[in-house]
Design a protein around this ligand. Sequence first.
Ligand SMILES: [Zn+2]
Length: 424
Amino acid sequence: MISEGAAGLPPRARMAAAAARLVGAAARRAGRNGSVIGGRVATMLDRRMLARLAAGRTVVLVTGTNGKTTTTSMIARVLGGPGQGVATNHLGANMPDGITTALLDALSPTRGSGAVPVAVMEVDESYLGQVAAATDPHVIVLLNFSRDQLDRVGEVRTVARRVGQAVAAHPAARVVAFADDVLCAGAGMAAQSTLWVSSPTRWTGDAGVCPRCDGAVTRAGVQWACSSCGLARPDGDWTLVEDTDPATVTAPDGSTTALDLALPGHANRLNAVFALAVGAELGVAPAVAAARLRGLDQVGGRYRTVTRPGGSTRLLLAKNPAGWAQVLDLLEEGPARPVVVAVNSREADGRDVSWLWDVEFERLAGHRLIAAGERAADLSVRLAYAGVPHRLADDAVAATRDTLGEVDLIGNYTAFHDAARALT
Ligand SMILES: [Zn+2]
C-alpha cells in the first residue's frame, strides 16, 4: 500500500519507498534497529531518493563534533511542540542512509499523517556537503569542531574546511554557527548569511591556528584573533548569559529569555541557545521555544536517571576530549558523586584510545572512581598518571549497582549504549 505521503513521489520512487518499508519492518522484527537499512535499499533503487523525500520540506541540518544529537532533539521539539510531527533522525543515524530512513519513516501512515513539512536532521560532519546538496536546507547549524575519532573522520581542520565549502555552496541557507570556536567560526564565515551564537564562558577548543591563513590565533578570554590576517571572533547575535539563575539567552533584538532546562550543564544550555536561534528563524518565539525545551529531560538515554535499590544511576555520554570537557564542567556543578567511567574501542568508538591522554581526568579527584569497559586497563594507566585513585570493575552497570546513592555512569559511544540497554 502506498501511503498518502508517498503519493507525491514518481512511480519508481514510490516502489523504492515501499520496498524500503518492507525491509525496515523486517529488520525491526528481526531485532535490528532498522535505522539505516530502509534508506540504503531505497537509495539503491532510486539514487535521487533523499532529494525527492526532502523536496518541499523545510529542512534544518545540524553538524559539529559534539552535541549534534541533543541539539537536533531540542530543535525538533522547538519546531514541533508536543504532539506535532517533525521528521528527525532521533536514533542518531546521521549519515545519508540514516537520514533517508528517517524521512521514509515520516511518510509512513503508522508514524504521523502524510508528509511531515519540517525535517530536522543531524549530519555527520563528513557528509554535510552531500546531504545539503540533496536536501537544499533552510538552516544549517554548526556547533563546534574538535578532535574526534581521528582514524575515521580525518584531520579536524580539513573537516572544518569542507564544512565551509558546503555552506558556501548553499547561499540561500541561513547558517547558525558558534563564534567562540575558531574552526567553527572559520566555516561559518564562508556562508552568505550567518547568525552567531556565543557564550561568555571558557572554551577549550583545539585550534591555535587561523583557519584562513594558518597564522597564530591568540585568545583573551572568549575573544580570539589571528595575529597575521586579523580574522577575529564575530560578535554574538544570540548569547548565553550564565551569571543569572536560571541562565538567560539574549536575542539579536536585545530581549532576554530565561532557560530553565531539565538537561544539566553548560553544554546543554549552549545547545539550547542554538535551538532558540533556529526556532526564531523559523517563526517560533524564544519564550515559546524555551517553554518547549523545559520538558526535555533525556536524549536517547543521555542524562537519563535510572532508579535502583539503594540509589540511582545517571547516564552520560563522552566520546572525545571536548565531550569530556563538557561532562567535567557538568560534574562540577553538583556534589561529587561516585563516577563509573566505561571506555570501549570498537569500530564505532574508534580503535585508538590515545585521546584518553587529552582528557583532564585530574578534575575527577575527589570523586569515588571506578574504571570499567573493554579498555579499563588503558583508562587505569591514564588515571594513575593523573594521580586519581580508582578501582577497576569488569562490568560498568554491575559496578553502579554495587554503589549506594547517586552515581554517574559515563561511557564512550558503545560503552554508553551497552549500559543504556542494560539499565532499561
Ligand atoms: Zn589569519
